[in-house]
Design a protein around this ligand. Structure first.
Ligand code: ASP
Length: 357
């Protein structure tokens, strides 16, 4: 039996009880006639989407353009959720995850828990192009990278080491680690605590870019150092095809940042693409996927006092018409967009819940 088409109306009326689904005005106004190429991504991808569009204009495939954009974040030591300077795992080791996908060939490549290589997205591209496989992890991923000429380097910056040490020192009153009394005067630590310290070291920083060129080809890339102080070996959604990213040359492209486990359990990016396949706009597809994520969030430790997810997820998408959109669990998230002929800009994402109160 043919799948029943999802109409705009059915999508909009399936709101989760109590959720205030909202389309940001800017997201609603995306024009089908919009200029191409176009790239959409996470809030930290402003420079990345700009570069992706420049590279597509210069002739790069969307997947290569997305990687070129994401590389900027991987190189930046102030981007502490991705690449060089990323916050390490529980043991102070930086473990990186990244994936790429090409919607024309439906090929993908990914690496997870990769240590000592600054650009996991470049390694993911090599996995896609130089192997018959999709995902390499840990030591095997590193050996593959070294075999292909990638250089090993120490990715733990002094700032990230100090942040990790402070977390370690203060994690438990019953272990043997004591905090440095002067730690809070340290500018690196102050910088981090002001940025991320409020909400139990609430992490953010994964970068995603989805790209569409003027020939109608799509590609995408997601890269991350994962959750701060994660369990060694923990892998989130970012390098998992269908979760942290997915694209299909017949439909469009999507990606995710935020609580990885929630995204994995709803196959987030794939679900967004499937909703678009059935007629949803990018924004509607992101919202409908988030509704499913909310319905799937049932384990008590994941829920707040009102039964809503404690953790947020953000989804980004574009379709072959060049429409873009994004949505987040909670209000206040933004996303990056760049179209040919205009500078990259940030827009407000649609959301399910207007506030955490
Ligand atoms: N999604 C990433 C992960 O779960 C983290 C993030 O986006 O903040 O590893």
């Amino acid at each position: 039996m043919a799948p029943s088409p999802l109409t705009r109306r059915s999508l909009i009326t399936t709101a989760v009880a109590g959720a205030a689904a909202s389309l940001a005005p800017s997201a609603r106004s995306s024009s089908p006639q919009a200029a191409l190429p176009v790239a959409v991504g996470s809030v930290n991808a402003l420079a990345a989407v700009q570069r992706a569009v420049e590279r597509m204009l210069a002739g790069d495939l969307p997947v290569d353009a997305a990687v070129a954009g994401v590389s900027l974040n991987e190189d930046d030591p102030n981007e502490i959720g991705v690449g060089y300077g990323g916050i390490p795992n529980e043991e102070g080791v930086v473990q990186l995850d990244a994936a790429v996908m090409d919607g024309t060939t439906m090929a993908a490549g990914a690496v997870a828990a990769l240590e000592g290589i600054r650009h996991p997205s470049h390694v993911a591209l090599e996995v896609m192009r130089r192997t018959t496989r999709v995902l390499l992890v840990g030591e095997g991923a590193k050996r593959f990278a070294l075999a292909h000429g990638f250089k090993e380097e120490n990715l733990l910056t002094e700032r990230a080491r100090k942040i990790w040490l402070h977390w370690k020192d203060t994690a438990s009153p019953s272990d043997d680690w004591l905090p440095d009394p002067a730690a809070l005067d340290d500018p690196d630590l102050k910088w981090f605590l002001e940025r991320d310290g409020g909400d139990a070291f609430n992490p953010h920083g994964t970068v995603h870019v989805s790209a569409l060129d003027a020939a109608g080809r799509v590609g995408c890339c997601t890269s991350t150092s994962g959750l701060y102080f994660k369990l060694p070996g923990r892998v989130g959604d970012s390098p998992l095809i269908g979760c942290g990213l997915y694209c299909d040359g017949e439909v469009g492209s999507a990606g995710a940042t935020g609580h990885g486990e929630s995204c994995i359990l709803a196959a987030g990016a794939h679900t967004v693409v499937e909703f678009m396949r059935h007629g949803a706009t990018p924004t509607e597809a992101c919202l409908e996927t988030l509704r499913r994520v909310v319905r799937n969030t049932r384990r008590p430790f994941l829920l707040d006092a009102k039964g809503r997810p404690k953790n947020g997820l953000s989804l980004y998408a574009l379709n072959l018409k060049g429409e873009v959109g994004a949505a987040a669990t909670y209000r206040g998230r933004r996303f990056a967009v760049c179209r040919a002929g205009a500078p990259a800009r940030l827009e407000e994402a649609a959301y399910l819940f207007a506030s955490r109160d």
